[in-house]
Design a protein around this ligand. Structure first.
Ligand code: SAM
Ligand code: SF4
Ligand code: SF4
Length: 329
């Protein structure tokens, strides 16, 4: 193995979040409220299978062992199952994860698992079908829930569910969420709403700190689990009476970025050093053939030297990220 990717703050990078498309069929209020629109004047070509293989190989050669395939909505890619296969067959990759809105889950999850998917995150912002519809723009709650059942039936031992905390939208539903995971091996991850470039009043109106959830969990006997290498910034809480777990992702909390272990590659082949960074470093010119592998690794390693210690969200600066669908959340 070549030397592990590491930045100036001695953070090591085991985890690649690879976006495979910007396209999405949902219209989540905090992400793509008007639906997906191609960027005017820019080509829409996303990384092909060979380019995906090359970029994942480059990362794997430098210590990356986990890849999350994301988007936009990754399952909108017709070759999504082949993408999973390609990533899973790369030497050194132990975990292949995806984050999905669950739209295609019920029909396709067993094929994804057979292709090598080892971890699954499904986004569900409310357990109330009407609120789910309001937040996502799609009346698909029951389909997505059936998709989660299908995931368990196809052999996943745990499913992670991402829920973006929204004041007066789902913030009162904490007890309902807890009841849901009592007897289900679901890790429910509450994510604090992050401000992005295209979000104006929405953030001010709906951002809700997750700190009160943490206090509530601790008061009710939930205990912080020991952090595993690949956990990243999520705090995971467990309780003896619950089969499920709670994860808290609180990007506005002090120290959130200290354990940063992830890098991102966009669907058009740009390296993003931070979820809220600048324009991204072009990698695509080095993905056209296998001969550029050393140059690819050298460019990533050099770029890492300019990775910042933390994001600048507290100063209201979300970098150049217009919405998280653009670089995969
Ligand atoms: N379309 C897929 C999905 O929704 O699961 C994958 C991409 S989506 C950008 C990845 C995750 O980012 C989702 O769980 C979504 O809820 C979350 N997300 C999107 N915008 C966000 C924001 N502004 N703040 C916090 N989480 C956000
Ligand atoms: Fe699509 Fe995911 Fe963004 Fe919702 S959060 S609009 S499902 S990319
Ligand atoms: Fe890493 Fe940036 Fe996320 Fe902080 S905000 S954990 S530096 S990617």
């Amino acid at each position: 193995m070549a030397q592990q990717f590491e930045d100036r703050f001695h953070r090591q990078f085991y985890y690649l979040r690879l976006s495979v498309t910007d396209v999405c069929n949902f219209r989540c209020q905090y992400c793509l409220p008007d639906g997906y629109r191609p960027e005017p004047g820019k080509p829409t070509g996303f990384l092909g299978l060979d380019e995906i293989r090359r970029v994942v190989e480059g990362f794997a050669m430098c210590g990356t062992n986990k890849v999350r395939i994301t988007g936009g909505e990754p399952s909108m890619r017709r070759d999504f199952t082949e993408i999973i296969e390609t990533v899973a067959s790369t030497p050194g990759i132990r975990d292949v994860a995806t984050t999905t809105n669950g739209y295609r889950l019920k029909k396709q999850v067993s094929a994804w698992r057979e292709a090598g998917l080892t971890k699954l995150n499904v986004s569900i912002d409310s357990l109330d079908p009407k609120m789910f519809h309001l937040i996502t723009g799609e009346n698909r709650f029951h389909d997505v829930m059936a998709g989660i059942d299908a995931a368990f039936a196809s052999g996943f031992e745990q499913v992670k569910v991402n829920t973006v905390l929204l004041k007066n939208r789902n913030s009162h539903d904490f007890r309902q969420f807890l009841a849901w995971i009592k007897d289900k091996p679901i890790q429910l991850r509450f994510i604090e709403l992050m401000q992005t470039g295209q979000m104006d009043r929405f953030f001010a109106q709906y951002h809700q700190s997750g700190v009160s959830l943490r206090n509530q969990l601790l008061a009710e006997g939930w205990q912080l689990a020991q952090r595993r290498l690949n956990d990243g910034p999520a705090e995971v809480y467990q309780h003896p009476d619950y089969l499920g777990e709670i994860g808290l992702i609180l990007p506005y909390d002090d120290g959130f970025c200290e354990s940063c272990n992830r890098l991102r590659v966009s669907a058009k082949g740009k390296l993003h050093l931070c979820l809220f960074g600048e324009a991204g470093v072009e990698l695509r010119d080095l993905l056209a053939n296998d001969a550029s592998q050393d140059a690819l690794i050298a460019r990533i390693r050099e770029s890492l030297q300019s990775k910042k210690k933390t994001h600048f969200l507290h100063q209201g600066n979300s970098g150049m990220t217009p919405h998280l669908a653009s670089i995969g959340g």
